[in-house]
Design a protein around this ligand. Structure first.
Ligand SMILES: Nc1ncnc2c1ncn2[C@@H]1O[C@H](COP(=O)(O)OP(=O)(O)OP(=O)(O)O)[C@@H](O)[C@H]1O
Ligand SMILES: [Mg+2]
Length: 372
């Protein structure tokens, strides 16, 4: 078991309030990714969990047992928490070979030599660096060193694995390969993983849950596809997805319990079951439609219910084509699978499912209508 609960955690560095009232539960077996732009508090959260940093307010429970309680000034030393926890760091021992670096922690635990060898070689194979076992760290590339660090972290079968941007030094291809290796590893070992990244693709592809941070605040915790489908505010919507979500200006109004939305795309009415619990303003109010580029389908012939648009620019890239469209005063991006060729200023006809749109209250920035 390794369930972590952070309750009302605040962390300050001097006057700098870097974690603001964080409440987060990491269930046993989760692959929880802490995601957000640089400086939002991801590493600090991981350091609080690992015991490298003390928060100023709040509590932390591990498997239901209190290990931090700032109100009572109670702080259990990390070494006494009895949780096999590994904090991956890049710092390898320079005077030890790759093999010895990975074996070091197991030797300290006085594991039988044959078991050590099995575990080390298994971890090195998994990270595809078994052929480098006799090299010293200064004979490795940055990406290879990073893989040794992950191998060292997983060799001891930790119950809780804390990984801070472990793939950041790898080239694009290796990064994709390592994503699947880590995902398989999580599946096979059942280890609880807390993983820090600012790369949303990494977060979306590997995690069972994502905790999205913004300036020290935890904005949303959800499974990846839920986060992608329904980001809880405009900032979250803007951060998640590549190419970025389109924002389209609109006017909203609640009438008869239903949401009426008018924009250059047309007029839509949404039933109450598709609305969130956010408070709704009286009368007309400004809202923003969130529309994913892949939800826009371009046809070259007119059809009933089509939205008329013209091609502003088209970027064919082989497996997909990104098309900038203009409709009324709005410009937005559509993503078409495969190769599609359009002329600049060509008239086209769009098919967009209004149910797949998100609607945000512009003033509060909060999601008011769910994509379904
Ligand atoms: N030891 C420290 N002393 C003072 N300020 C710190 C310290 N560590 C972090 N900070 C500040 O706390 C804030 C959060 O830092 P943190 O390292 O948690 O960000 P992060 O989300 O991991 O960012 P990145 O993606 O760049 O690694 C930042 O403003 C940072 O400057
Ligand atoms: Mg960091």
């Amino acid at each position: 078991m390794s369930r972590i609960e952070l309750i009302n955690i605040d962390k300050f560095y001097g006057d700098n309030h870097v974690l603001k009232d964080i409440n987060l539960v990491i269930e046993d077996g989760d692959f929880m990714t802490l995601l957000g732009p640089s400086g939002c508090g991801k590493t600090t959260t991981l350091r609080v969990v690992s015991g490298l940093e003390k928060p100023q307010n709040g509590r932390m429970l591990m498997d239901g047992r209190e290990v931090i309680n700032c109100d009572d000034a109670y702080y259990e030393e990390p070494s006494k928490r009895g949780l096999n926890l590994v904090f991956q760091s890049y710092a390898l021992w320079p005077h030890m070979t790759v093999y010895k670096n990975v074996a070091f922690g197991l030797k300290i635990k006085k594991m039988p030599p044959q078991d050590i060898e099995d575990k080390v070689m298994n971890a090195l194979k998994l990270m595809r660096i078994d052929e480098l076992s006799h090299r010293y760290p200064n004979e490795l590339s940055g990406g290879q060193q990073q893989r040794v660090a992950i191998a060292r972290a997983i060799a001891s079968d930790p119950k809780l694995l804390l990984l801070d941007e472990p793939l950041s030094n790898l080239d694009a291809k290796l990064r994709i390969d390592m994503r699947s290796e880590l995902k398989r590893l999580h599946n096979e070992m059942g280890t609880t993983i807390i993983y820090v990244t600012h790369d949303q693709v990494e977060a979306l592809t590997m995690s069972t849950k994502i905790a999205l941070f913004h300036e020290g605040v935890l904005t949303q915790v959800a499974p990846p596809m839920e986060l992608y489908m329904n980001p809880i505010d405009l900032q979250a919507a803007d951060f998640i997805g590549n190419p970025r979500i389109n924002f389209i200006q609109a006017t909203g109004k609640i009438a008869g319990g239903r949401l009426h939305v008018v924009s250059d795309l047309g007029s839509y009415v949404y039933e109450s079951e598709h609305l969130t619990d956010e408070p709704m303003p009286e009368g007309d109010f400004s809202c923003v439609i969130g529309l994913r580029p892949e939800q826009v389908c371009i046809e070259t012939e007119p059809f009933e219910g089509a939205i008329e648009a013209s091609i502003y620019a088209s970027q064919p890239a082989g497996s997909e084509t990104l098309v900038t469209l203009s409709v009324g005063r709005q410009e937005f991006l559509a993503k078409q699978i495969g190769l599609a060729e359009y002329n600049i200023n060509q008239k086209v006809y769009l098919r967009i499912d209004p149910n797949k749109m998100n609607v945000y209250n512009e003033k509060s920035t909060r999601l008011i209508k769910l994509a379904v």
